[in-house]
Design a protein around this ligand. Sequence first.
Ligand SMILES: C[S@@+](CC[C@H](N)C(=O)[O-])C[C@H]1O[C@@H](n2cnc3c(N)ncnc32)[C@H](O)[C@@H]1O
Length: 313
Amino acid sequence: MIISSKYSRHVGATLHEGDCRDFLRTIPRNSATLIVTSPPYNIGKPYETRRLTIDRYLHGQNEVINECARILHPRGSICWQVGNYVSDHEVVPLDILLYPKFKARGLRLRNRIVWTFEHGLHCKRRFSGRHETILWLTKSEEYVFDLDPVRVPQKYPGKRHFRGPNRGAYSSNPLGKNPGDVWSIPNVKANHPEKTIHPCQFPIELAGRLILALTRPGSLVVDPFTGVGSTGAAAVITGRRFAGAEVVPQYCRIARQRIAAAVEGSLRFRAFAKPIYVPPPDSPLLRRTDLEPEEIDSTSLRRNVGIRYPTVG
Ligand SMILES: C[S@@+](CC[C@H](N)C(=O)[O-])C[C@H]1O[C@@H](n2cnc3c(N)ncnc32)[C@H](O)[C@@H]1O
């Protein structure tokens, strides 16, 4: 597959090096079944040349959202994945500020998905942030939504109806259950197989789950803030078309390589729906050999386990 730099509905993948607003204007209206993206959070990452005031940041986002609403197919979806902007230690949830921009264009919120993960900064004066959100909005009431490809295993697959006409029959869907709106997917840090030089790429599975549920094979998936191409790779892996833009040439190069590797089938990525790693009980990483057992017992963790909470009655 050739990765084009100019959008055409006849190519499988397009990647524009430059500002997404220029690129989006080249895509005809009603073309994209899904726009999935993680925009810059304005928190001083290396690719953010300067921190903008929150008003200027929202103004820039508004311009991009405007173009996204224009190119979105009437049965299509927008998924905007964001975290928090932090100003003088005060946390500002970006999805709350951005929601009115979507609403003003008639887009309808279907889910506010919470993405949870285990790794990140350790905060000293507040609880460490371990989730971000995805606003999933549609252009109309008639939208593509296919649950079966993204079902997850049932907790009790052997459960049966215990009364009524179906008594004795299995009560759960054999294809699995709805994954819900809280998704636990490891974020891309240190030893993750997808890690590149980008400071905040999202996992391919995150985009992959949205693509599988909200589009059909051959649909167009757009990511205006492509980064190193995680959405593009997810689109190719799932047999969809992709179009995206990235302003930093180095990230654009890596995105191109990753999308090409996805086409060839040689891209390394964490398998979709792979269970999260839990260290085995005999792992040496669970023990401190520099502490005597009494010292271990006296750590705050052990002490706290002994706290008795008042019970009712
Ligand atoms: C949060 S990162 C996206 C990472 C991406 N989801 C991935 O997995 O690689 C946001 C990206 O948007 C890019 N960017 C910022 N402003 C842009 C603009 N106006 N047009 C295109 N890309 C932009 C940044 O360089 C950065 O790589």
